[in-house]
Design a protein around this ligand. Structure first.
Ligand code: SF4
Ligand code: SF4
Length: 73
């Protein structure tokens, strides 16, 4: 079975190449390349949503978040 990761989506059309997401990613999962920021190490991405929060133009979307309900079902 192929490994799968939940990854942030980066809208390269909206991205201004400011580099904030690359600078702030705690695991260096995202790297600036010629096309723009690319998640080059998907296994390192913890889906922390830091990049989504830091992007000044809203070009990064972490579409799903896991909510833990302490109360149980
Ligand atoms: S969600 Fe977190 S770990 Fe993943 S690329 Fe963004 S800042 Fe890095
Ligand atoms: S923070 Fe946003 S605008 Fe800046 S490089 Fe990353 S995706 Fe592009």
């Amino acid at each position: 079975m192929a490994e799968q990761w939940l990854l942030p989506e980066i809208d390269l059309a909206a991205c201004t190449r400011c580099g904030q997401c690359v600078a702030q990613c705690p695991t260096q999962a995202v790297e600036m390349q010629a096309v723009g920021p690319v998640i080059v190490r998907p296994a390192e991405c913890t889906y922390c949503t830091v990049c989504e929060g830091i992007c000044p133009v809203g070009a990064i979307a972490c579409a799903f978040e896991i909510a833990w309900d302490e109360g149980g079902v």
